[in-house]
Design a protein around this ligand. Structure first.
Ligand code: BGC
Ligand code: NOJ
Length: 811
């Protein structure tokens, strides 16, 4: 069942009923001011940091779900309704929500009045614009009243939802003309405030939530709206809100637009206050003046459309499969940008108050956005690298505001260092900007320890080279990519936190998955060394890598698949001898991507085992058989019921690894089949089972051991976005930026006739036509560049600004 449809021309998902299985959201903003907006106008806004600069209040895990947001109430006679249905839930005559690139449009109609609400964050500004266009579709004049409503958060979202003894007394507002200022904290000389304004004189306002809602009521039935009149309340403590009242009369067929602006102002440090508690409104007034007319809003919207269209024109495909095209050209890349901006902080499943930026998460996210915003990727790499320790290990997370490593979590996740190599290689392949390797970068954010970035990579690789266990495999530490496989945590008591206590590194627990990474990213490191003239060192790294390959094929090989690990007692994890958890997905994907066992047959055997043992109709589960018993010595993994999360859920992030791996062995049909199973556009028809948004990936889909097989959770902020984009753009469609050049090596389903693709790479535009006359899955037999045959399948860089016509014939 579907709850909407894609509009490919508009690049929108059109939701046609408010009764979706879960809130289906969109993200507004891509620089500093961000908003989450659901299809019923729920959600919240923040400036840069969802914990410390939360502008509006949201209640997670609320009932009914998602019932705080920016709401517009319409009182038309005795009927009170919202264009987005929530929170009154008054039945609408028609409803539609269009989630587009950086904007959403929600349209509701009731009693011949249409209310269209356009929401977006303008490029380069710190505000959300909500333009409400009201149209009288009846043949008689209509008079009605509009009330806006949002609830201010007292900035620190954690304090706001816990420290009531204080914050019931700190709230302060000011109203001047049509503008409501939220200025809590200003008294402490924190030089920031929020404003909520509308471009017309108002007929009333409220800023006290209690006054607006009335006693013992909720935002589903505010007393003020019922009465049709604001009380002009001024909040003193308790809960400050922003409510405008605008009385409207419309002749038949006529429209009127109201432009609401929710803005954040931070006055410069050196600017003096008039007096404590008195805010400088100049910037707020200027902001309001920027969006006072429809023409201004139209222009800002046009800039937003241009921004996204330019960005996404970097990579676009045209094939015979419209679902493939829509995911590649729009939604997958869009989600990659959102994960760049949000990391794992603010979604409908991440509270915005918990995690900072993950070392491994951010490095992997970068693989999905480096082609879109290489300059910001560069900055991100340098920020991440500065949180590395001198020995090559790394803080697992850092705070975006301070860019400092998070000491509460610390280090000890032994895959982390290698992801830095992956990120830097991707950046170099994309840009050819080797100067990044010479950038001095702190260790542990300590300037006195700064070393060129290349030295950071050396220590990343060196850390794993010097931290091997009894089988010669890399020590796992607290965990590798799989946060929940805590093989050194046997000393913990049940109930103790899995990730913040215990030995950071046991003496023996080893990871075959990290071994796969060591080979894959060790080879990339060697390539970087070769390209910078360090040939002897490159050879030494390759020798290390070869030795590890051998170790994986002996100690890491179980006969039919790659083992997962050895635990702290030296027991095999992920082998036939295990009672449960006999086979895991991660090492199969990573080791084959690394090229291990490709020439000797193990790779194909391992992938066949994945197909036989882990595959389901909704994707590949993480392990089998699921752990039914709790294993103290394995950590968090078996704390999940079978089929959920890391305990045999379909953890979408690592499905593309297997798809990539299938292309490494030339299986285009199977690679694409795997790609499709978790790809939102292909499973739109089962939205009632899948339940999360059909336009983005979720972290997890319940596996076949779960009662709710096929149900997704935790949409939007997942490494799945980046890895599927890598999979489809580089491995399946086969356009791979490498240090040697742009490699064209498609591996597609045999029935595909070919495709055309535009790729902007290092400033030049490559118009690529791939033909597959013999209906093969992989192989390039001929390539021409601007009509001239070339040997091999690697394109050299050409001057920025040029256009290159490339024709590739598979064979
Ligand atoms: C989840 C993991 C996640 C981790 C983050 C765990 O509870 O299962 O998926 O990576 O928390 O800290
Ligand atoms: C989500 C975390 O953000 C990521 O770092 C981890 O690799 C996966 N969960 C798997 O545990």
């Amino acid at each position: 069942m579907k709850f909407g449809h894609f509009s490919d021309t508009a690049r929108e998902y059109v939701i046609t009923t408010p009764r979706t299985p879960l809130p289906w959201i969109n993200y507004l903003g891509s620089e500093a001011f961000f908003s989450l907006v659901s299809h019923t106008a729920g959600g919240y806004s923040f400036y840069k940091d969802a914990k410390l600069r939360r502008i509006t209040r949201y209640r997670y895990n609320n009932v009914p779900a998602d019932s705080n947001g920016r709401y517009y109430y319409i009182k038309d006679g005795d009927t009170v309704w919202n264009p987005g249905w929530q929170p009154t839930q008054t039945e609408l005559d028609s409803y539609e929500c269009r989630h587009g690139l950086g904007y959403s449009i929600i349209t509701g109609k009731k009693n011949s009045l249409t209310a269209k609400l356009e929401l977006f964050v303008p490029v380069g500004d710190n505000c959300e614009i909500d333009r409400l266009v009201l149209t009288n579709e009846s043949d008689a004049p209509k008079s009605f009243t509009v009330f806006s409503y949002l609830e201010f958060c007292l900035w620190n979202a954690v304090d706001d939802s816990t420290n009531f003894q204080r914050n019931f007394s700190t709230g302060e507002v000011e109203v001047e003309g049509s503008t409501i200022y939220h200025k809590t904290e200003y008294r402490e000389r924190r030089n920031h405030y929020a404003l909520f304004t509308v471009n017309t004189p108002i007929d009333g306002f409220d800023t006290s939530r209690d006054a607006f809602l009335g006693a013992w009521r909720s935002n589903a039935n505010p007393e003020v709206v019922e009465n049709g009149r604001c009380t002009n309340s001024v909040a003193h403590g308790w809960a400050p809100v922003g409510v405008h009242q605008v009385n409207v009369t419309l002749q038949p067929g006529k429209s009127r637009s109201l432009i609401f602006v929710l803005g954040y102002i931070e006055n410069p440090e050196d600017e003096k206050w008039a007096a404590p508690g008195v805010i400088n409104k100049t910037r707020a007034q200027a902001m309001a003046a920027r969006y006072a007319t429809d023409a201004q809003v139209d222009a800002a919207l046009a800039r937003l459309h241009d921004h996204w269209n330019n960005l996404l024109s970097t990579y676009s495909v045209k094939s015979s499969d419209e679902k493939l095209d829509r995911m590649v050209n729009t939604w997958n890349q869009y989600q990659c940008m959102v994960t760049f901006n949000m990391s794992r902080s603010a979604s409908y499943y991440e509270s915005g108050t918990g995690r900072g930026m993950g070392f491994r998460d951010s490095c992997q996210d970068l693989l999905g956005f480096v082609h879109l915003i290489p300059a910001r990727a560069r900055e991100r790499i340098l920020d991440i690298a500065a949180t590395q320790f001198p020995d090559g290990s790394a803080y697992h997370q850092y705070q975006p505001l301070t860019k400092k490593g998070n000491m509460d979590i610390g280090s000890g996740f032994n895959d982390d260092p290698l992801w830095l190599i992956a990120a830097v290689y991707a950046y170099l392949g994309e840009t050819g900007d080797y100067s990044i390797l010479d950038e001095p970068v702190d260790f542990d954010n300590d300037h006195s320890l700064a070393q060129p970035l290349l030295e950071h990579l050396r220590r990343s690789f060196g850390y794993l080279r010097t931290h091997k266990g009894p089988h010669g495999l890399p020590l796992i530490g607290r965990a590798d990519w799989n946060d929940c496989l805590n093989l050194n945590c046997f000393s913990k008591e049940p109930g103790e936190s899995f990730q913040t206590t215990g030995p950071s590194e046991g003496p023996v627990a080893e990871s075959v998955f990290i071994a796969g990474m060591y080979v894959k990213y060790g080879n990339q490191f060697a390539e970087i060394l070769d390209s910078t003239g360090h040939t002897d060192e490159a050879a030494a790294v390759r020798a290390e890598v070869a030795e590890m390959e051998h170790t994986v094929l002996t100690a890491g090989w179980d006969g039919k698949w790659f083992r997962r690990a050895y635990d702290a007692f030296g027991h095999v994890i992920g082998g036939e001898e295990c009672e449960e958890g006999k086979i895991f997905i991660e090492p199969q994907g990573m080791c084959v991507m690394a090229g291990i066992g490709v020439d000797t047959g193990e790779a194909v055997t391992a992938l066949q085992s994945v197909k036989d043992k882990l595959d389901t109709k909704y994707g590949i589960v993480l392990l089998q058989p699921a752990y039914t018993k709790y294993h103290l010595e394995l950590g968090e993994i078996s704390s999940y019921p079978p089929g959920y999360k890391e305990n045999a859920g379909i953890f979408c992030h690592n499905n593309p690894w297997v798809s990539c791996a299938e292309t490494v062995v030339g299986h285009g049909d199977r690679a694409f089949e795997i790609y499709k199973k978790t790809c939102p556009a292909y499973i739109e028809d089962i939205s009632e089972i899948h339940r999360t948004e059909p336009y983005v990936y979720s972290q997890m889909v319940a596996g076949r051991d779960a009662a709710t097989f096929g149900e997704a959770k935790n949409s939007w902020l997942t490494g799945t976005a980046a890895w599927t984009f890598v999979d489809v753009s580089q491995y399946i469609l086969g356009i791979q930026p490498t240090l040697a050049g742009l490699k064209i090596d498609p591996c597609i389903p045999h029935e595909m006739d070919g495709f055309t693709l535009r790729r902007v790479w290092r400033g030049a535009t490559y118009e690529i036509v791939v033909e597959n006359p013999d209906h093969l899955e992989k192989g390039v037999k001929a390539m021409t560049v601007d009509g001239k045959p070339v040997s091999g399948n690697i394109l050299s860089p050409v001057p920025a600004g040029s256009t290159v016509e490339v024709k590739v014939v598979m064979g």
